[in-house]
Structures are given as C-alpha cells and as structure tokens.
Design a protein around this ligand. Sequence first.
Ligand code: ATP
Ligand code: MG
Length: 267
Amino acid sequence: MTAIHVDRITKRFDPDPGKAPTLGTIDLAIEDGEFVALLGPSGCGKTTLLRMIGGLEQPTSGQVLINGESVSAASKAARRRILASVGFVFQEHNLLPWRSALANVAVPLEVRGMARAERRRVAAEMLALVGLSHAEGKLPHELSGGMRQRVAIARALSYDPDILLMDEPFGAVDAQTRDVLNLELQRIWMRRRKTVVFVTHSVHEAVFLADRVVVMGASPGRVVEDLRITTPRPRSLEATMTPEFLATAATLRDFLSDHFTPQESAT
Ligand SMILES: Nc1ncnc2c1ncn2[C@@H]1O[C@H](COP(=O)(O)OP(=O)(O)OP(=O)(O)O)[C@@H](O)[C@H]1O
Ligand SMILES: [Mg+2]
C-alpha cells in the first residue's frame, strides 16, 4: 500500500512568474514500510517538501495523500486525525530545556491525554529503545548533541506513528556519533518498520540507510533520480567499504554534481 503519495505538487513562495518556483512538479509514491532518503543541493526544497508531506505547509498546486487521504484538502480536524500517524524529527531537536529527557519524550503523549503513569512507562520504553535509559532524568543541556537527537527520535516514536519524517537529524553530530546513530536507526527501523523519509546531505548515510534514494535538483526543485538500494539488512559499517556500496555512492555523487551550481551552496 502507498503510505505517502506526493501527487503532482508544486510550490511557489515568490509570486514573480518570471522566477522558477521553489518546487516544480513533484510526483512521488512511497510504499508502506519503505525507507526513502532524500538528497539534493542546499535550497532545492527538501525541507519544503517534507513540511508539505507533514501538513505544515500547503502546496501551491497538487496534493499530498497519507494512506490514501488528502492532507492538503482536509479540514483542520481531519488533518489532525490524518497527521496523528506522522512523526517529525527536525534538524534542530526542539527539546524543552526545562524538562528532563523522560519528560520531553512524554510531551506528545501528554498532548494526547495519556494518563501520567502510562506516559512514564511508554517514555521510559522509548528511551531504552534509543539506548538512553541511564539519562532519563537529565536536562537537555546535560546531554551531548547526539544524545539530544536520540531523545528527539524517542519523542517522535513515542506515540507510535506509522510515518517518520526526518530532516537531517544527524547533520550536526560528528562522524563517529553519526555512524553509531545510523546503526541505531537501522536497528529501530528493523524492529518497528516505519515508513521513513530521511533528508540528508550525506550520500554515505543515504546509501547505508535507505531502500531507495531520491535525488533532487534545484530551480525548480524536482526529482532527478530515484535509485533502489538492494543491499540486505542488517547492514554493517564494513558493508560501506564494499565495491558495490562505493559504486552506488559514486553514481549518486555524479547525479548530485550534475545538478549542482555554486550559488546553490551559498547557505
Ligand atoms: N517560508 C518560506 N518563505 C519564502 N521562501 C521560502 C520559505 N521556505 C523556504 N523558502 C525558500 O525555498 C527554497 C527551498 O528551501 P528549503 O529549506 O526547502 O531547501 P532545502 O533543500 O531544505 O535546503 P537545505 O539543504 O539548505 O536545508 C529556498 O530558496 C528558500 O529560501
Ligand atoms: Mg532543509
């Protein structure tokens, strides 16, 4: 079944018809349980696309369907219901600084009216899933960047969404931590089988994690390549050194450089 259907959407922020829209026509079907990585130059519209999938932004034309229901055309109440099955992990973790790790993970459960004891139980389980049981009582500033991102992932998983939208969640951590987090995300995905859309600037990360890598070009933002990664899971870090992995990564780097112009790297 198709979990996410980006149905011929366009997005224009600048009304000047002489300028290219931010997103040209994008048509993308993502299957239930699929892990899709989204690669592309800075400013090509990856975050905008993710925000439209998550109902945080309206397309200029076209629509986004989640499990067959249009988010874009839905009423406020219907949208809230549809989006209850969607979790977001932003580039910045957005944790509440005055709340412990456990209390942060419990926020979406509180919003959903879950009883206190049950909330604590689920939040503790989620922190255990991301390997942070020992940090339940810590405040965000007492955690490392990688630990904070793990708390953000635990929070997004807490209400058990079918779909997880992740916008460069590991962009700000060092390479070793990133490897660890990638392995952990793979483990979690294998256990929970969410549909994931994962934005990244790292070709390596995309090939390691995804079933499918979608490459975008800019001006207007559009899909320029859609590549399937068939390496069986679990994938080890050593598997990223095989000729097959390196050849796939090289192909993707070629696509990216074909669609890269220097001014796009300005941000
Ligand atoms: N709310 C907005 N109003 C006006 N323009 C916007 C808005 N949001 C994004 N844009 C523009 O749309 C384009 C795409 O932005 P977006 O953040 O989606 O890019 P991105 O691919 O996520 O880039 P990066 O890799 O740097 O995060 C940019 O030119 C940006 O300036
Ligand atoms: Mg972005």
